[in-house]
Structures are given as structure tokens and as C-alpha cells.
Design a protein around this ligand. Structure first.
Ligand code: GLN
Length: 452
């Protein structure tokens, strides 16, 4: 049914870069046979899933939305993919994304943009717009995203879906093509909070192949999603994020949801996180710095695209690298490599990267203080509903501002979730973000389920 749905709508939506119909049907048949044989199967056995194209899938092309990886077939599965396969989840295919997960609209994909199923003239968010759109358009019941500064939560917000960024270290990064290693985290994109919890439980948990993986059991997310109880819970509104910068219709929906939580017995408190306004600036130094280093491995020798330099008879290795990187990377990727290389260079390191790391510490302290007063914090996920395609493409700063409410969680390593917040005045979805202290991911599900 999902393959049929993809065939019917993906020509318009373009959520997928690659569909593996045969592989998915094979996996589904195996589950059918095991079920017919009376096997006791895991809850999600046989439930198909779409995977963001930044996650390595053995034998299936993985491009990270970039020309530089066109034709690359990973020889191994990411840990989270092995876990999906182990419980018998057929993988439908790989979803579109901004190149190397840099962006908030999926317009920076080298393979053309994804469109928002609610209005095909609008963006589906980014960088994981393909995963969110696939779920919103009923092409897949579940999808995997990755969130470095909001790329699971912001697409969820503008497509009316649920997106969770687990605690940093909660889901293995082994097999993710790294954007910024200290910020990257994979998580579920779904249509309900319980679905997200079930998927979180499958992909989460310790992995010796990722040295930053938390060595503890997955938080009790499924229990929390089934309970959805906020009686007596302290819900914090962040003064600095709730103040301005958000469209009036987004704010109005947010305030209604806060009221619902209060009616359900939560205690609403105001907290202050004064360093948040510096979060965006710090992120856009830390991320390019880490990305410029991570992307150095795309040197035309080990993976993907190799382009000989024009008009050079016996090019040096360096000339081949330069020509290939020039041809293989898009403008946004080049912009960030240049920014990051600059911020890390001798003489500038202390002024830029070093300062940004200090801001990061301040943000973590702000959260620690806020979580003394509140069990969870809530904000609108993104400043606006889905904007029109092309609207912010030539203005990187306007694009970056979409992440103002999602970035602090990545900088501090704490978990966050975006749930649908009803439709705004113009009939488009907006998102409600819930944040919890590190390793307390179950609180997201408790609150999310209470509002659902
Ligand atoms: N929009 C943010 C950026 O461009 C978020 C990216 C992400 O989470 N992968 O960096």
C-alpha cells in the first residue's frame, strides 16, 4: 500500500531520492512467513519505514543529498538501520534532504527540492524535509531523521507531524554521515507520539561503535506515551524565546496549547534563559567548524565523485581534489566550509570558535537553572508556518533564523520534540516544542501524549 502511495504522489512531493520496492517487499514477505509460522514478533515488525539519506544503508545508495556522493553504495548499515532490520521493519527507501543536512527547507538538495504535502508551493522544512513529507503524505507510516540544529523538529512543525530529537548519545551515530559530530542526533519522524516512542525504543540504546553513546537503557518512552499524564508537572515558558520573533498565528496556537496543559493539571512557570539569543550565532560558528573538518574526507580519492580538472594534462592529487570538491559541493556547503575553516584558523580560533564554545556552556547552564524550576520547557518549534519555495533561498540569514528555537537543545545535548499544534489561520500546521533535561526523554512523550 505504501509503495502504491509513493507511486501515486511522489512525483509531486519528491520525498524520496531512492525507493527500494524489492527490498521492502522481501522484508515484508519474510515477516509474513514468520508470522504465519506462529513467531512472536516485535511490535513494529512488518511496519515499513523511510530513512533519511544521510544514514548509511548497506547495498543501497546513500548520497546525503550531495552530488559528491552520487553513486556511493555503503558497504555497511548504520547501527540504527541494523536495529530496524533486526525487528523486521522493511525499509521503503531513502528520503531527500538539504545537502549534508545544511538547511531548513530541503531546497539545498542537489537532487531538487521536496514539496510540502499541505501546499506544494511551500517548503517541507529542512534539512529532513523528505522524511517529514513522506510521513505527512502517507507515503510512509514512520521515518528516520537527523537533527543537528532542528532538522527533525522544524520539518515536523511545518508538516503537522511529530519529530523527536533524543538526548545526545541516546541513539547511535555510527553510520550517520557526520555534519557536526557534537550536535548530530538521529530520531523518529511519525504521525503520533506513541509511534515516535515505539520507534525511539527500537533505535535507541547503547552502541559500542559510537564512543559518545550513553551506556544506559533507553528511557521509558513507550510507557510515558501511553500514560500522557501532566498532573502536577511544572511546565516552563522560556521568556526570551516566547517574547517576539514568532508569527502572531504561531504564538496564538502555542498559547492555546499551554492553556490546555494548565487545564490538564500542569503548573505553568516562567523561566529565563538569557544566553539563548546568542545561541544562533554560536551554532553558526560551531557547526561550520565541525562540518569543515568532517567534510575534508570527501577528497575524490576515497568516495564518490572524481572530476579531472579542466585543461590540465597530468593533474596533481591536489588539483583533482580541488576540481572534484568544486563540482561536487553546492553553494551552501561551500559557504559553511569556508566559514568553518576561517573560524578554526590560527589567530581566529580564540575569537570565534573559542568564544562560541563559551556561549555553549552558558546555554547549558541556562537550561540547568531552568530545569531547577520546571520539569519540561515549551516553545513554538519554528517562528512561522511553512514559507513559500524560493522565499528565503537567496538570504542565508533568513534561512538560519528558522532554527532559533531548536538550536539551543542541540548545543546543550538535551532532548526535544515537536508535536502538531493544530492549524494556524491560513490552514497550515505549526509546531509545539517540548524540551526536557538530558536522559529524561520520557517527559517529552508524557507531555506530547497529554496534548495529542
Ligand atoms: N537548519 C539547520 C542548519 O542548517 C539545522 C540542520 C540540521 O539539523 N541538520 O544547520
Amino acid at each position: 500500500a505504501h509503495l502504491d502511495r509513493i507511486a501515486a504522489v511522489d512525483g509531486d512531493v519528491h520525498a524520496f531520492l531512492n525507493v527500494d520496492a524489492e527490498g521492502a517487499l522481501d522484508a515484508a514477505r519474510t515477516i509474513d512467513e514468520r508470522r504465519a509460522g506462529g513467531a512472536d514478533l516485535p511490535t513494529l515488525a512488518g511496519v515499513p519505514i523511510a530513512v533519511k539519506d544521510v544514514v548509511a544503508t548497506k547495498g543501497q545508495p546513500t548520497t546525503a543529498g550531495s552530488k559528491i556522493l552520487q553513486g556511493w553504495i555503503p558497504p555497511y548499515d548504520a547501527t540504527l538501520v541494523s536495529r530496524l532490520r533486526a525487528v523486521g521493519m522493511p525499509i521503503l527507501g531513502k528520503t531527500n534532504m538539504d545537502e549534508f543536512a545544511m538547511g531548513s527547507s530541503t531546497e539545498h538538495s542537489a537532487y531538487g527540492p521536496t514539496r510540502n504535502p499541505w501546499d506544494l508551493d511551500r517548503i517541507p522544512g529542512g534539512s529532513g524535509g523528505g522524511s517529514a513529507a513522506a510521513v505527512a503524505a502517507f507515503e510512509a507510516p514512520l521515518a528516520i531523521g537527523t537533527d543537528t540544529g532542528g532538522s527533525i523538529r522544524q520539518p515536523a512543525s511545518v508538516t503537522g507531524t511529530v519529530g523527536t530529537k533524543p538526548t545526545y548519545g541516546g541513539v547511535s551515530r555510527y553510520g550517520l554521515i557526520a555534519l557536526a559530530s557534537s550536535l548530530d542526533q538521529a530520531g523518529p519522524c511519525t504521525r503520533s507520539v506513541l509511534d515516535a516512542a515505539l520507534l525511539h525504543e527500537v533505535i535507541g540504546g547503547h552502541d559500542p561503535l559510537d564512543s559518545t553513546s550513553i551506556d544506559a537503557p533507553v528511557p521509558p518512552v513507550v510507557e510515558a506515551a501511553r500514560r500522557g499524564e501532566v498532573q502536577g508537572m511544572r511546565v516552563g515558558i522560556i521568556k526570551e524565546i516566547s517574547a517576539d520573533g514568532f508569527a502572531p498565528q504561531v504564538r496564538a496556537r502555542f498559547e492555546e496549547s499551554v492553556k490546555l496543559l494548565e487545564e490538564a493539571g500542569a503548573e505553568i512557570v516562567e523561566v529565563s534563559c538569557p544566553s539563548f539569543e546568542k545561541g544562533l550565532a554560536a551554532y553558526y560558528l560551531i557547526l561550520p567548524s565541525e562540518a569543515s573538518s568532517n567534510l575534508a574526507k570527501f577528497d575524490a580519492m576515497r568516495y564518490g565523485l572524481r572530476v579531472p580538472p579542466n585543461g590540465v594534462d597530468s593533474p596533481s592529487a591536489e588539483q583533482v581534489m580541488a576540481a572534484s570538491r568544486d563540482a561536487g559541493f553546492g553553494d551552501e556547503v561551500k559557504r559553511r566550509i569556508i566559514l568553518g575553516t576561517y573560524a578554526l584558523s590560527s589567530g581566529y580560533y580564540d575569537a570565534y570558535y573559542g568564544q562560541a564554545q563559551k556561549v555553549r556552556t552558558l546555554i547549558a547552564r541556562d537550561f540547568a537553572a531552568a530545569f531547577e524550576k520546571a520539569d519540561v520547557l515549551v516553545t513554538p518549534t519554528a517562528p512561522t508556518v511553512a514559507f513559500k519555495m524560493g522565499e528565503k533561498l537567496d538570504d542565508p540569514m533568513a534561512m538560519y533564523l528558522n532554527d532559533v528555537a531548536t538550536i539551543p537543545a542541540n548545543l546543550a545535548g538535551i532532548p526535544g520534540m515537536s508535536i502538531p499544534n493544530g492549524l494556524a489561520e491560513d490552514g497550515l500546521p505549526s509546531g509545539f516544542q517540548i524540551l526536557a533535561p538530558a536522559t529524561k526523554d520520557e517527559r517529552l512523550y508524557e507531555v506530547g501524549a497529554a496534548l495529542e
